[in-house]
Structure formats: structure tokens, C-alpha cells
Design a binder for this molecule. Structure first.
Ligand SMILES: [Zn+2]
Length: 73
């Protein structure tokens, strides 16, 4: 489902899952949808993002995460 969302978003078709979360229960074969409000303090998509680029060296980030993690408020 995530790949489908990415393809929809890239080619600009359909209704994107922005602001919504789909819960899939494979045992019951049911789906539920929840609204997810935007977090204005999100370090990635909030009003003042502290994460603005991809990490170049994941091995270094894994060994020393505080160097790469956004500052806690
Ligand atoms: Zn966010």
C-alpha cells in the first residue's frame, strides 16, 4: 500500500493519504481509516523543521545518533 501511495503521489493521480492513516487487520481482512492532524512541532514537516535533508552517512548516524538527531525542546 505504501508503494501505491508513493506512485500515486509521484504521478499526481488519485486521492493521497495525506492527513489520514489506514489500519489494515489481515486476520479480519478489514480496513479502518483515521484522521491524523498535522503536528506543527514536527521536526520534518512542522512550521520550523530541523530536519531539512537526508542523512548522507547512515553508518555514522547509527554509531553517533545525537550528532544527527534534531535538538530536543
Ligand atoms: Zn511531520
Amino acid at each position: 500500500m505504501m508503494a501505491t501511495e508513493a506512485i500515486k503521489y509521484i504521478i499526481g493521480i488519485g486521492e493521497p493519504l495525506i492527513g489520514r492513516l489506514i489500519l489494515y487487520d489481515a486476520l479480519d481482512m478489514t480496513y479502518r481509516e483515521m484522521k491524523v492532524p498535522r503536528d506543527e512541532n514536527c521536526p520534518l514537516c512542522g512550521k520550523n523543521p530541523s530536519i531539512t535533508k537526508l542523512i548522507d552517512d547512515y553508518d555514522a548516524a547509527a554509531e553517533n545518533p545525537e550528532t544527527f538527531a534534531p535538538a530536543a525542546d
